[in-house]
Design a protein around this ligand. Structure first.
Ligand SMILES: O=C(O)CCC(=O)C(=O)O
Length: 288
């Protein structure tokens, strides 16, 4: 028992979050597309359970592991955690060394992942949010290894790839159970309604103080789930201190009447997955 004079243990971000946590608003079934759209408009995120069957998930996970093995074998430094080595991140990581493995464009490695991009189970839900013309911006594999996976501080994605109309979303295809032990995604419901905020790229302590982890909602999800958030929705994740790898692939998408602003140096696939791209030109398509 603590004596009256014993100093209180310092609350970590994880303990504070567990103590005050907001409950996850209850998401509608992914087949009820009108309800999905209205939930997303209100909260800026959506969690669809069991969107992909176990056989599909197994195939995608096998190719996910193969991509990780292939990039690991190059001998390059594939720990991407250095790209956001800010004070805000180090605070969440508890100043321990940590690892996040990622690579863009999984469809450039794997036909199974290319097929997933055209899968109606993905596109029906996405279409209910951004309309009939669906364009791929990029994909990104994320592996937070068990016991040493790093955190992401609170941020909006908007600042990394601003667009003409601000209509970009991220659809996360979940391959392993994600919960608070292995650093699941966390969102601040309704934060998309602020629109693009200043200093929102994760490196600003004032921004981090405005969006404390304790006020976020953890998205606890299973393989085969689909978790979508708007690129103005503030999100984060804590370190993976658990015994299970955290694996997912993010698919960033926008409607045909939006596009990344000119001059932004971010991978931009411009691949039409459904419908039409009315903003495509000879020059953007790569004409010489
Ligand atoms: O999934 C996560 O842990 C966070 C990833 C993230 O914040 C991002 O891709 O913008």
């Amino acid at each position: 028992m603590l004596s009256a004079k014993a100093p209180k243990p310092k609350p970590t971000a994880r303990r504070k979050a567990a103590a005050k946590q907001a409950p996850q608003p209850s998401c509608p079934d992914h087949r009820d597309l009108a309800a999905v759209a209205s939930f997303f408009t209100e909260h800026g995120f959506y969690h669809g359970r069991g969107v992909f069957d176990p056989a599909t998930v197994d195939r995608l996970e096998a190719d996910f592991d193969r991509i990780v093995a292939q990039i690991s074998a190059t001998g390059e430094d594939i720990n991407a955690r250095r790209f956001w080595d800010h004070k805000t991140t180090r605070k969440l990581d508890g100043d321990r060394p940590s690892v996040v493995i990622h690579t863009h464009q999984v469809q450039k490695y794997s036909a199974a992942w290319s097929r997933l991009l055209l899968d109606d189970r993905l596109l029906d839900v996405v279409g209910s949010l951004i309309g009939p013309d669906i364009v791929l911006h990029h994909t990104k594999l994320f592996l937070k290894p068990a016991g040493r996976g790093g955190a992401f501080p609170a941020h909006q994605d908007h600042g990394y790839f601003p667009t003409l109309r601000g209509a970009m979303i991220a659809a996360n295809v979940i391959l392993s159970r994600q919960d608070e032990t292995n650093g699941c995604l966390r969102v601040w419901p309704g934060s998309h309604r602020h629109g693009p905020l200043p200093a929102s790229k994760g490196d600003d302590e004032t921004f981090a103080a405005r969006f404390p982890i304790a006020a976020s909602v953890p998205i606890i999800c299973e393989p085969g789930d689909l978790v979508i958030f708007h690129f103005c929705t503030v999100h984060a994740s804590l370190a993976n201190r658990g015994e299970r790898d955290r694996k997912h692939v993010l698919v960033q998408l926008h409607p045909g009447d939006d596009r990344q602003l000119d001059g932004v140096p971010h991978p931009d696939s411009n691949l039409v997955l459904r419908g039409w791209n009315p903003l495509m030109t000879r020059q953007r398509a790569g004409a010489s």
